[in-house]
Design a protein around this ligand. Sequence first.
Ligand SMILES: NC(=O)c1ccc[n+]([C@@H]2O[C@H](COP(=O)([O-])OP(=O)(O)OC[C@H]3O[C@@H](n4cnc5c(N)ncnc54)[C@H](OP(=O)(O)O)[C@@H]3O)[C@@H](O)[C@H]2O)c1
Length: 293
Amino acid sequence: MSTVDRSGTFNLGGRSVSRLGYGAMQLAGPGVFGPPKDREAALAVLREAVASGVNHIDTSDFYGPHVTNQLIRKALHPYADNLVIVTKIGARRGADGSWLPAFSPTELTEAVHDNLRNLGLDVLDVVNFRSMFGIHGPAEGSIEGPLSVLAALQRKGLVRHIGLSNVTPAQIEEGRRICEIVCVQNHYNLAHRADDALIDELARHGIAYVPFFPLGGFTPLQSSILSDVAQRLGATPMQVALAWLLRRAPNILLIPGTSSIAHLRENLTVAELGLPEDALIALDGIGVHTDAA
Ligand SMILES: NC(=O)c1ccc[n+]([C@@H]2O[C@H](COP(=O)([O-])OP(=O)(O)OC[C@H]3O[C@@H](n4cnc5c(N)ncnc54)[C@H](OP(=O)(O)O)[C@@H]3O)[C@@H](O)[C@H]2O)c1
């Protein structure tokens, strides 16, 4: 059994995936725009992730744009039967690298075709509709129009399963009236716990919760409590942050992003990191303090 297998599995759109996956966003150039500094190193990270047992990769055609999908195709195509590639649509990049909404039927349809072409697939496993009412966090607004377009593309056979990203509980409810939702991808980590209740609610429905920025994203997690626990356990703070997420709820699937083989290796061992009860209590206090601050 690999260290990834020890993270357990979860049913994502009818397929069993290891709870430890990989997020490909960090493989694009600075600001997730343009090509990577070291293309061979990026390809090596992808190959090592899959060779280590990762069978869930998160991506989007707007990373680069096109860059991470083309790297995934180059590194891993033809894909292993058990590999689930999850992509997302709903945004596009401006010429200056800005992140813009792309909700029109034409933009959504083109995005599905861009993903198919750049990944080298006939059908996409899972497509998340990424809400852009708020760029930095969920904001209310009806998703009926764009989600109905995605559901129509699913009926055409271009998409197997649909998820939602950067959404509120009300948008998830609205979405579930339109089509089956197999996963929700929102910002969540040790210090950013706004979705605590939502995660437990989704678990009751068998829906995967896939936290983005599990390590803090562009602002890496920093906390003296986290550092103290990590030191006591002989682990790095990032490993403890991931191990805490694995313990937090059974429907949480991890997609930590890295462009570094060394960090990838560290991240893929976290299922073996036991967190004693007193460490869990201390770590739980980080989010409570941050949210109250
Ligand atoms: N749906 C959405 O709106 C959305 C938004 C953002 C991201 N995502 C997805 O979520 C995935 C994860 O988010 P993310 O990559 O932005 O953030 P993240 O996983 O929280 O953090 C990535 C950052 O942590 C560093 N890192 C990774 N492992 C490390 C380790 N063991 N020790 C020290 N530093 C480490 C990486 O740098 P190095 O490269 O140097 O390791 C990178 O700077 C993305 O890859 C993407 O697929 C989705």
